[in-house]
Design a protein around this ligand. Sequence first.
Ligand code: XP7
Length: 321
Amino acid sequence: GSDVLSSLLRVSVTDSSMPEPGAAPRRSPQGVPYSDLPHIVNADGLHLFCRYWEPAGQPRALVFIAHGAGEHCGPYDEMAQKLKEFSLLVFAHDHVGHGQSEGDRMNIKDFQIYIRDSLQHIDLMKSRHPDLPVFIVGHSMGGAISILTACERPGDFAGVVLIAPLVQMNPESATPFKVFMAKLLNHMVPSLTMGSIESKWLSRDKRQVEAYDADELNYHGGMRVSFGMQLMAAVERMEREIPSISWPFLLLHGDADKLCDIRGSRMMHDNSPSTDKKIKIYEGGYHALHHDLPEVAESVLKELTTWITEHIPATTSQEAQ
Ligand SMILES: O=C1CC[C@@H](CCC(=O)N2CCC(COc3ccc(F)cc3Cl)CC2)N1
């Protein structure tokens, strides 16, 4: 009858790529329509805010930056500008639940979502620049994302730079009793919040600590038990993966880091079979080394730009010349 025909017509008329006429545009947590922001849509339909730093000339390599828990990719602008000067094409996004991306604030159903989304963005950029080598730079939880992303594609990355990566739990905060309690609480009240990240341990440069505290794109609330459980699961996964890590990596860690224990970086450096690995310890360095005292931040930028540019394979055309 006519109702079947009209319903068919309705189906054929609505085009999935155009938003339904009545539908409101998807907006960032700050209220900005995603149509006005660079973004990708992840496999769960969540919009992730993206940043791109494109060099003027032909890029020599792609660099993906993975930020840490409770922050976003904005604070990596200075690092990305430096990499851009070396003709590197830098890209990043705010992980689910962070900054200008959608998702429950600093929470995740499964740590794998961060890795899946990173691979989606990396694959998108590789499709645009198929011949370029790819590097990842990760800080803290972003270091764990970087490690597990590289483990999923062991041959795909020319190198991974890890700035104070989360590799192992901090022994003070992860005593067997606390881990037991966290697991117990996770079953009963997973949304219960534990302590929040103490910003004073981020950097010895108080201007950087003040900037972190003042940045409304950072999450300053308490850490949910469920989020802590996902971090623990990621730590356990890395422990299993480290004996098979063979890709090139550079580790930078401060030995006064109270948020991610330096023992994790030492363990990764000592136990991975990779033949191309380097660790540089910053005496007295706090957690966010790239935002620590000016001379440390400067050294970190120099170390990582030098290591990355030295790890760009010579292209066959160069060898032919
Ligand atoms: O510049 C900047 C701004 C933000 C900061 C990055 C912070 C970051 O990513 N961290 C530090 C805290 C760390 C806590 O870890 C846990 C907590 C509970 C738990 F149950 C299991 C774990 Cl493993 C996770 C990694 N750097």
